[in-house]
Design a protein around this ligand. Sequence first.
Ligand code: CUA
Length: 180
Amino acid sequence: MAADETAIVRSELRWSWVVFVTIGVMFAAILFATLAMHDTPPGHNETVDPVTIHVIGEFVEPNLGTTVDAQGGVTTRIVAAQFAFVPQCVVVPQGKPVTFRLTSPDVIHGILVMGTNVNTMVVPGYVSEVHTVFNETGDLLMPCHEFCGIGHSEMLAHVRVVPQSEFHPNAQGKVSCALR
Ligand code: CUA
């Protein structure tokens, strides 16, 4: 009987090692994704004052839409508000890394770009950041996917993916649907 109990304790200890190692591997994978691959949740704890986004900072209206910086990095900034996106159409290049930065002045919205892996909540007070590469050209729908009020179903934007040969920033580095 005593021998059996020893065997049981040994078995339990073996399984607890399996559990410890499994948790350790998962924890290491999370740390690796966060620190080495910068693969953090879209909110990544970057805050912004939802009351003043339209008058100060990076989300003022002239700064919205797609901008190419001096290093060639492509960033698309969008404000999701009841019940429209500003701007309602953005242009992005095919086959190049694109960073989406979004925020909301009012309630929680959500976006997805149909047929791609772009999908995030947009929470007032926070900047949601998503990195992606669009492999196909085309006009992709970007609906709000979080119920945000009476006009939720009207909340829709377009992401226009164009070949790099047709992606021409103006003197300010801006590329917009209207300018094309
Ligand atoms: Cu915004 Cu639903």
